[in-house]
Design a protein around this ligand. Sequence first.
Ligand SMILES: Cc1cc2nc3c(=O)[nH]c(=O)nc-3n(C[C@H](O)[C@H](O)[C@H](O)COP(=O)(O)OP(=O)(O)OC[C@H]3O[C@@H](n4cnc5c(N)ncnc54)[C@H](O)[C@@H]3O)c2cc1C
Length: 471
Amino acid sequence: YDTELFEIPPCDSNACFKALHGALGDCSCNVDTIDYFNNVKIFPRLQSLVSKDYFRFYKVNLKKECPFWADDSRCAMKYCHIKTCSKESVPGYANGYENEVIDEPPASKYSKKAKSDCSTDADHDPALGYLNTTISAASKYEIAKWKAYDDALENFCECDDRDADADYVDLSLNPERYTGYKGPSAHRIWRSIYQENCFRPKTNPYESFPYVLSSDLKNLCLEKRVFYRAISGLHSSINIHLCAKYLQSEKSGFVASPDGEWGPNLAEFQNRFDPSRTFGEGPNWLKNLYFLYLLEMRALAKAGPYLEREEYYTGNPSEDEETREAIGNLLGVIYTFPDHFNESLMFNGGVQATTLKNEFREHFRNISRIMDCVGCDKCKLWGKLQTQGLGTALKILFSSRWNSPESDPEQGRLPLRHKQHERLQRTEIVALFNAFGRLSNSIRELENFRNMLRSFMENGELLTCAFGGHV
Ligand SMILES: Cc1cc2nc3c(=O)[nH]c(=O)nc-3n(C[C@H](O)[C@H](O)[C@H](O)COP(=O)(O)OP(=O)(O)OC[C@H]3O[C@@H](n4cnc5c(N)ncnc54)[C@H](O)[C@@H]3O)c2cc1C
C-alpha cells in the first residue's frame, strides 16, 4: 500500500460513474435497473423498516477474542466506541422473548391444546401405540451436540445469539460512519480476508494483491467469482459509508458538538474509487456492491413466504403489526423485481460441487471469525452484522433446507412452503434486513456522490484529492 512510490494523477473526472453502467456480469441484470429500483422503491421502505424496534436492537458479542492473532490495534477516535444498552431497555425483553424455543414456529405456540386433543382419537389405541420417548440426560446431551454439528454444517457464520457475553446494541445510536480505523490493523483484516479466505486464480494469484484484477476473474469458476465479488462488494459498501458520513468538524459553530459533524467527503470517495487511483478497478468494486445487493435481495425473495409469517415480536402489538405490514409491503415490491439472481446455476455437478460448497462455507465462516479481530468496536459491530446478514443470505440461497420441491416455475423458483426447522434466529433476521439496508443505503449514497460530482464539474471546479491513491 505504499502510495509514495506512485505518481498520482489528479482525479477531477467523472470516470468512476461513466464506467458504472450497463451489464453487471454473472447475471442478466444491469446497474441502471438496480439504481432505479433501489433508490425509488426499496430504499425508502427499507430505511423505515430498519428503524423499527425489532430491527434496531442487535445482540452481539464484541468481546470475543480474535482467534487468529493478538489484537494490537486501538480505536483512533472516540467515535469508534459503542454504546450498548441494558437488556431491560430492549422492547419485549421483559416478556421473555429470549426464552423462545427457537425450533418452535410461531403458530405452534398457540396449538398445544389442539395437540393434546388428538390423543383422545377413538381410532387410536394409546397402549398399543405407546411410543417411549424417554431419552436419558446423557443421550440428550449427545443429541444436542449432533444438532449443533448439523446446524454448523448449514450455517455460514457463528451466531452470538445465545452467547453469555453478548450485549444488545441500539443500532440507531451507533451509525456506521468514518471512525479513523486504518493502517496496519485494518489492512491485516482485509489482506487476510482476500489472501487466505477468498478464492484466487491459480495463474499469478498475487499479481494484483490483495484484490483480484477484474480481468482475472474470468479465470475463476462462477462459484468462486461470486464469493470474491460478494466480499469486494461488502468492502465497497463499508468504504462508501465512511466517505458519506465523514467527520467534517468536531465543532458546530462556536460550540463543540459532542457527537461531531458528519457529511459526505467527495475527495475521499474519489480517492477510493476513481479509476486513476485504483488501477482502473474502482468502478468494478462498485459493480461488486450491486452484485452483492442482487444476491441478498434474491435471498429475501426466496425466504419471503417464510419471512412474511414471522411474528416480529417486541411486546407492543401495534408496533409488531406495523412491522409485519412493512415486511409484507417490502417483500411484495421485491417479488416484482424482474431480474433476480439465479442461484440454481451454482453448485451443480455431483461430488465436486459438494466439496466446493463446503469450501465456500468454510471460507465464509473464517471471514465471520476474522470480524472478531477488527480493532475498532464500531467497525466490528457493523462488520459482524453485515457478515452475519450475508451469511444468512448464503444459507437461504445454498442450504438444501431452504429448497422447496413445491417451487413455482413461473415465479422464479420461489419456494411456497417452509418446514419447521427452517426457522431463522432473531439475530439472523435482524442482520439479514439491516445488511441489505446498508447495501441499499450505499447505492443511494452513490447517487449523492454522482450529483455532487456533476455540480462540481458544471461549476468548473477542480477536485483536490487530499490523500494518497489506492494501490
Ligand atoms: C470489517 C471492517 C469494517 C470497517 N468499518 C469501518 C467503518 O465503519 N468506518 C471506518 O472509518 N473505517 C472502517 N474500516 C476501515 C476501512 O475499511 C479501511 O480499511 C480504512 O479506511 C483504510 O483504507 P485504505 O484506503 O487503506 O484501503 P482499504 O479499504 O483498507 O483496502 C485495502 C486495499 O484493498 C483494495 N480494495 C479496496 N476496496 C476494495 C474493494 N471494494 N474490492 C476489492 N479490493 C479493494 C485496495 O487495493 C486497497 O488499497 C473497516 C475495516 C474493516 C476490515
